[in-house]
Design a protein around this ligand. Structure first.
Ligand SMILES: Cc1cc2nc3c(=O)[nH]c(=O)nc-3n(C[C@H](O)[C@H](O)[C@H](O)COP(=O)(O)O)c2cc1C
Length: 193
């Protein structure tokens, strides 16, 4: 164990918009490695509620089309924006994969929905940190119809399951921008010694 290594990994992880990705494809074996990291997230009572639907290749193109169509069919005509439709259609053009992440609500009622969502969020962070170590570009997105019931239906989720996001993964030629945190840490921490 080496604190400096994990500190560097955590601090240097940055989000990268899919528009800044370069179209290079990530080997599925690498995606599998990231999912293996996800599987080591903490989990109360071993419910292991993280679930993933991995879209790559033609399935990724189809997902983008379907996402845009879901937006169209679930938006009243007066609110529909062509620009938003086009963005959903083309947002992943230069991404390699999208991983839809959701929480599978299990049968153990003692474990709360909050706990299960927290566990899946930890799994997502494992993926993001692994991706960063492999010089991949990644974005955890909740845009578009991520949280719309239509997305749940499209992905075949049960009513009690919860979407956590769409992870865009790829490569990028962009220089990673400097990270920033706006609220000083000492305003987020109360020490009670
Ligand atoms: C739950 C969650 C949802 C997010 N959704 C979006 C999103 O829809 N679009 C986006 O551009 N970034 C999204 N982000 C990424 C944030 O914009 C990003 O983490 C933030 O700007 C801080 O930058 P950093 O990740 O490089 O530290 C999301 C992050 C989290 C944790």
């Amino acid at each position: 164990m080496n604190f400096e290594i994990i500190e560097e990994v955590i601090k240097n992880r940055r989000s990268c918009k899919p528009a800044l990705m370069n179209g290079k494809i990530i080997d599925n074996a690498i995606i599998s490695k990231l999912l293996q990291l996800a599987d080591w997230a903490p989990t109360h009572a071993h419910t292991e509620p993280w679930r993933f639907v991995v879209f790559g290749g033609d399935a990724l193109k189809q997902f983008s089309k379907d996402h845009a169509e879901l937006y169209k069919t679930n938006t009243p005509a007066e609110k529909f924006e062509t620009a938003k439709y086009e963005k959903l259609l083309h947002n992943a053009d230069n991404a390699s994969h999208i991983i839809a992440v959701y929480m599978k609500r299990g049968a153990n009622p003692k474990i709360t929905v909050m706990e299960e969502i927290c566990a899946v969020a930890a799994a997502v962070q494992n993926i993001l940190l692994g991706a960063s170590c492999l010089n991949l570009a990644a974005l955890w997105s909740t845009g578009g119809l991520t949280f719309h019931p239509a997305m749940k239906a499209y992905l075949g989720l049960n009513e009690d399951d919860h979407m956590l996001g769409l992870l865009y993964l790829g490569y990028s030629d962009e220089i990673i921008k400097e990270g920033k945190r706006i609220v000083p840490l000492n305003e987020k921490v109360e020490w009670r010694d």
